[in-house]
Design a protein around this ligand. Sequence first.
Ligand code: DGY
Length: 327
Amino acid sequence: MTKPKILIARAVFPEIIAKLAQHFEVETNQADVVWTAAELTAKLQGKVGAFVTSSDPLNAAVIAACPELKICASMAVGYNNFDVPAMTAAGILATNAPDVLTETTADFGFALLMATARRVSESEAYLRAGLWTKWSYDMFAGADIHGATLGIIGMGRIGQGIAKRGAHGFGMKVVYHNRSRLDAATETQCKARYVSKEELLRTADHIVLVVPYSKEAHHTIGAAELAQMKPSACLVNIARGGIVDDAALALALREKRIAAAGLDVYEGEPQVHPDLLTVSTVVLTPHIASASIPTRMAMANLAADNLIGYLLHKKAVTPLNVPVNIA
Ligand code: DGY
């Protein structure tokens, strides 16, 4: 019996390829070429399933040009690269990879916050450049984490993980802003107080962004918001590029209107706004918040399970939509 054909759009663990190959005829991309929408469309011809990442564009044009496609399974939790309404209308199931990355990503949010507040990258660059000749009382003196007020914008699973780390591990006062307020029990677990965005911007010592990308969330932090923050504040973005106006942030950092920033995601990544590259008070990492080996394996396994579950048994683990039945 011929196996259904699927595409794995980016390089992935060999174990995942082997798992999928038990059920499907698999075309891989172990060279890890980043395909354009047109190249992806060409590769998807004749495929019923696609294993993708958050950087593969599953937009309306691609969807319209792939009539045999039944499921797009992403190994990412964020799915702003998916046109979900177009998939639904075309009878295609969309799945993402929630939960499995929550704690790892919250760990990284905290790591980036600490590196930013305590000037880890900046001081390491100084040392490596051979500039360290003596101890000085104020050399790379930064901000404290313990006891500070942590503001979290976007209080989903990852935001809650960061709140717990801050409140329980570092004795921080946690305030949060979210589209909807959490229930009282969750607020108590996170030791977090709901405030308006304005109050959060005004009062937080450190602000961590964990909102999913949407048109409404575009530039959640722009020039106006940066102007409301404390001059001593640190801003961390582990959400998505476009949540922060990177040009406005670079200017605010350069003019010392806020103290520091830690960024894992960028507008137009993997391009990084050139002004950010020349500011020393920003810690820059290449979209690695979920990148521990066990977690990346769990994310890939979940995407594979969604493909197997749906194509073999019509049952996905983490569906994002209910496709219109066009059979
Ligand atoms: C996610 O899962 O959304 C991460 O940002 C990786 O893309």
